[in-house]
Write a protein that binds this ligand. Structure first.
Ligand SMILES: [Fe+2]
Ligand SMILES: [Fe+2]
Length: 170
């Protein structure tokens, strides 16, 4: 099957959704499980979000219609809220508390909402705006970016901002 960035991003959304489902099912006593699940979420989400912001969203905006630009602005505002408010609050909470459970639930709801908007609106538009060849090239570029100095620096910086910190280095 041909590579397609939209399929890769959708698969990553689904992976995050299932991690949040697991996280929501934990009890306040499951400190280790919660810590591990949160680290997996951070590790999956930060490269995804940073690549979207630095490569995919700008490429999308260059070709988008007025409606596309609106959905682009919406996506950026959501990324910003998650990075600067939702995630720091989750990381600030002690994993063994109901405060953590509540904040983690909100985090998962934000991600699910955002992912749905991307899938139903932005990716749908992107399928028209980018050829199959371009979508395959994006997919390869994304894989390389994750291993690049640039990609790793962007993720490390986001890890600081969000409070994900050192959990991401493993
Ligand atoms: Fe996004
Ligand atoms: Fe996404």
């Amino acid at each position: 099957m041909a590579r397609d960035i939209l399929k890769t991003l959708k698969a990553e959304h689904d992976e995050l959704r299932s991690l949040f489902e697991e996280l929501n099912g934990t009890t306040d006593r499951a400190a280790k499980t919660r810590t591990e699940l949160l680290a997996k979420i951070d590790k999956g989400l930060l490269p995804h979000a940073k690549w979207e912001e630095s490569v995919f969203y700008p490429a999308f905006a260059e070709r988008a219609s007025r409606d596309g630009l609106k959905t682009h602005a919406e996506a950026i505002a959501e990324h910003h809220a998650v990075e600067h408010s939702v995630m720091p609050e989750v990381h600030d909470a002690d994993v063994q508390t109901p405060q953590f459970a509540g904040r983690a639930k909100v985090f998962g709801e934000f991600i699910d909402h955002h992912a749905k908007e991307e899938e139903k609106t932005m990716f749908k538009m992107a399928r028209e705006l980018f050829s199959a060849e371009e979508r395959a090239a994006f997919d390869e570029q994304y894989e390389a970016w994750k291993q690049s100095d640039e990609g790793m620096a962007a993720v490390a910086e986001a890890a600081q901002v969000t409070g994900a910190g050192s959990a991401l280095r493993n």
